[in-house]
Design a protein around this ligand. Structure first.
Ligand code: G6P
Length: 610
């Protein structure tokens, strides 16, 4: 949801800012822009579309300047035009500003500013900030004071960075609700939405918290609050491997991330499975056995793909740990006057750890006295820092906008949590061992499926012209049907729906004809026979069936037009396997349809606005 990066130091800023922007492009790609301070003036360049368009606009001779800020936009207020692209400037062109978030009282502030003589050049909510800072700055004093004064007038969320001709080597950055960090170099410093933008330059970062402002100059930085009182902040080290945020020979990040799943799952499992004891060791939960026993209800909350893994978590937790569980869309939960108390465990699941609704839902739960856990991939992200405890996925950076490896790691993390919760209750050591062993085998089974990607590619050829696709599954594979449909619509723009297989009779069956592919998740699990009956119902109406079945299964061969086999595992872990062909199917269909797989239209990887 918009990426921001800034640099101040001895090197020319433009190349470093463009490199940072490319790393952040997953956060939005509606327009891009850059502002550089040089010789007492600010030079701004912007272009609608991708960063490549901005590069074309800049040409060979990059603008000079050793201090600058840059932005890649995911549009909220105003179309993705050049005028609405960031950076935005004040009336006199003495300062430039970039923003990630939404200023909720922008309308009122804008009217008041226009009345006071300010001239607006864009339709964005952001531009009010540039004019508010301009007014405060005109009264004299340092830029940081002007920024703090302006921020005290706005409602909503922001991660901002500001440069001014009056303090040519300073960047002032501030955060409320949108991620931001200061990255510390030698004689140079950066600000960025996340560490991937600066990883090639430095690994020392200071994560800003809400209500903090950073004043960053080449040789130093300081963090203050909105009253400009100094704050002490710890420096963290980012240990992500740079190669992991490169495509490494794959045509797309999405394919790379699909293929990485044996490794990402090994990393999620590493050191956490206690096979003999039939349980898991989760160092970050921060819950004693006694506290685990006090939990009498679990609420999972998440968005998008993470919400689908939450559904699987609910099924696991009720089946094995016997704890009443439910799943809430974070965006609904936070505004619903939810019932939680100190015995409720609220588990937020988020790849990025920055999704605004998930973060707000967890804050609301905490405010109401619940204990909160985060199942998060990005180390040091806001959710990871704010929850009482959690499980890191350790899946490595996920760049493709469509989530893949994070999903399978989330399921595994949920299974580990279920083991811990279950074993302090009634889950027997034998059952625990069975799950532990099955978990440890998963990476190898995943490898086996991915080795047959070419089979899925052939099926993609047959499905790619469909205009609607239905995905059906039951039990643990109902959420997989939802996820398969989401993957397809996200990246190939084919309308797809996921449904509980039996529920199909209450609506979607009316859509079925010989043009409509129906993808069935039908591993040999407790509901297999029921699913076979649902396949019969579809075939009876001429539907084309793609079935994901267990290796060696012959029951569906006569009904399915295409069959994809996955190895056998415990019912609760089948989603980790059955989702793989669906990820590949969506990928190959999107590629064949010429879609931009890693950056599908209108989407963003990290949704930091509500
Ligand atoms: C966006 C992404 C999805 C993701 C969802 C939740 O919609 O495009 O891939 O599942 O946000 O993100 P999170 O980082 O909280 O898991």
């Amino acid at each position: 949801m918009c990426g921001i990066v800034g640099y101040t130091g001895a090197r020319p800023a433009a190349p470093l800012l463009l490199e940072g922007l490319k790393r952040l492009e997953y956060r939005g790609y509606d327009s891009a822009g850059i502002a550089l301070v040089e010789d007492g003036r600010i030079e701004v360049h912007k272009a609608p579309g991708r960063i490549a368009a901005l590069e074309r606009e800049l040409g060979q001779n990059l603008p000079p300047g050793h201090t600058g800020i840059a932005h890649t936009r995911w549009a909220t207020h105003g179309a993705p035009s050049t005028a609405n692209a960031h950076p935005h400037t004040d009336c006199g062109g003495t300062l430039a500003l970039i923003h990630n978030g939404i200023i909720e009282n922008a309308g009122l502030l804008r009217t008041a500013l226009i009345r006071r003589g300010h001239v607006f050049r864009s339709e964005t909510d952001t531009e009010v900030l540039a004019h508010l800072i301009e007014e405060a700055h005109a009264k004299g004093g340092a830029l940081v004071g002007a920024v703090a004064g302006a921020l005290q007038q706005v409602e909503g969320t922001y991660g901002i960075a500001v440069v001014s001709t009056r303090e040519p080597d300073t960047i002032v950055a501030a955060r409320r609700g949108s991620p931001l960090l200061v990255a510390i170099g030698s004689g140079e410093n950066f600000i960025a939405s996340d560490a991937s933008a600066v990883l090639a330059q430095t690994r020392s970062v200071v994560y800003l918290d809400d209500g903090e402002i950073a004043v960053v100059r080449p040789g130093d930085y300081r963090i203050v609050d909105l009253d400009t009182a100094e704050k002490e902040k710890a420096v963290s080290r980012v240990d992500w491997d740079l190669a992991k945020i490169e495509r490494g020979g794959y045509a797309h990040f999405m394919l790379k991330e699909i293929m990485e799943q044996p490794e990402s799952l090994r990393n999620t499992l590493r050191g956490r499975v206690l096979e003999e004891e039939g349980t898991s060791r989760l160092g970050g939960l921060n819950l004693s056995d006694e506290q685990l026993l006090q939990v009498n209800r679990i609420v999972f909350t998440a968005c998008g793909t993470s919400w689908h893994s939450a559904l699987i978590g609910e099924y696991m937790m009720e089946e094995l740990a016997r704890i009443p569980s439910e799943v809430e869309y974070a965006s609904e939960f936070r505004y619903r006057n939810p019932i939680v108390d100190e015995r409720t465990l609220v588990v937020g699941i988020s790849q990025s750890g920055e999704t605004a609704d998930t973060l707000a839902a967890l804050r609301e739960a905490k405010r109401r006295g619940a204990r909160t856990l985060g199942i998060v991939n990005v180390v040091g992200s806001t959710i990871a820092r704010e929850v009482d405890g959690g499980i890191y996925l350790h899946a490595g950076p996920e760049i493709g906008v469509a989530s893949t490896k994070a999903f399978t790691s989330q399921i595994v993390a949920l299974a580990l949590l279920t083991l811990t919760m279950g074993r302090v209750r009634a889950l027997s050591i034998l059952q625990g061992r069975e799950v532990a062993r099955a978990l440890l085998r998963l990476p190898e089974l995943v490898e086996r499926i991915l080795a047959k990607a070419a089979d899925v590619e052939r099926i993609a050829e047959r499905v790619m012209r469909a205009t609607n696709v239905l995905y059906l599954g039951r039990g643990y594979n109902f959420p997989v049907a939802l996820e398969g449909a989401l993957k397809l619509k996200e990246i190939s723009y084919i309308h797809a729906e996921g449904y509980p297989a039996a529920e199909m009779k209450h609506g979607p069956i009316a859509l079925i004809d010989d043009l409509m592919p129906v993808v069935f998740l039908a591993p040999r699990d407790a509901v297999y026979q029921k699913v076979v009956s649902n396949v019969e119902e579809v075939k009876a109406r001429g539907g084309r069936v793609v079935a994901v079945v267990t290796e060696g299964d012959t029951g569906l061969a006569r009904l399915a037009d295409h069959q994809i086999e996955v190895p056998e595992t415990l019912d609760l872990l089948t989603p980790v396997l059955t989702v793989l062909p669906l990820q590949l199917l969506a990928y190959y269909i999107a590629v064949r349809r010429g879609c931009d797989v890693d950056q599908p239209r209108n989407l963003a990887k990290s949704v930091t606005v509500e």
